[in-house]
Design a protein around this ligand. Structure first.
Ligand code: HEC
Length: 172
């Protein structure tokens, strides 16, 4: 066999593998548990709707785009791109990663809840932060900036008076 033959063979093998894994992936997607409801998933994520087995709402530790102006908790990573990276496994980490494992092995998510959460993450990975929450964030940033400016203005004034007054008095 020449090198060219080997190269063509490798190429064909790669194509076959790619097609096979794509078939398996789409088969897994179509046979995946019950259909999820993004709106119910959002309510579960935010804790508006309690988990059947009493697990803590994901938002206690995570944030996702468009959920509240300041997002959710800061302990866990932002899950906005979670679906893009984990697909249907986005609801698998709670069972396996340390801080969540303690909670969610004692209070497991039901298959329906996992499906709902997955649908919510899928929607969130598309919408990103909503315009409304961006407007809120800019408003908050502006208010914070103004507060800082006013505070410094006050401090600065007092300092100027403290320095300039004695100097002016001394010149007279
Ligand atoms: C007690 C706080 C807590 C709660 C509640 C929680 N998480 Fe987490 N989660 C974490 C922390 C901390 C990490 C990071 C773990 C690590 O990297 O080892 C994490 C990581 C993840 C990851 C991996 C993200 C990445 O970028 O690697 C996913 C997915 C996830 N959590 C989903 C969920 C879902 C879904 C829920 C709700 C059912 C949930 N988590 C509830 C704390 C929490």
């Amino acid at each position: 066999m020449t090198q060219g033959h080997i190269r063509v063979g490798t190429l064909l093998l790669c194509c076959a593998l790619a097609v096979l894994s794509w078939r398996v992936a789409s088969w897994a997607a179509t046979t995946a548990a019950p259909p999820g409801d993004a709106e119910r998933g959002r309510a579960l994520f935010m804790g508006e709707k309690a988990f059947k087995n009493g697990g803590a709402p994901c938002m206690a530790c995570h944030s996702v785009a468009g959920v509240g102006a300041l997002g959710g908790g800061m302990m866990g990573p932002d899950l906005t791109t979670g679906y893009a990276r984990f697909r249907n496994y986005v609801t698998y980490p709670p069972r396996t990663l340390p801080p969540m494992k303690a909670i969610f092995s004692a209070h497991p998510l039901t298959p329906q809840e996992e499906a709902d959460l997955t649908a919510f993450f899928r929607a969130a990975s598309v919408t990103r932060r909503s315009t409304a929450s961006l407007v809120w964030l800019s408003g908050l940033a502006l208010a914070g900036g103004l507060t800082l400016l006013l505070t410094f203005q006050l401090i600065w004034r007092r300092r100027l008076r403290g320095v300039r007054k004695p100097l002016l008095l001394a010149r007279r």
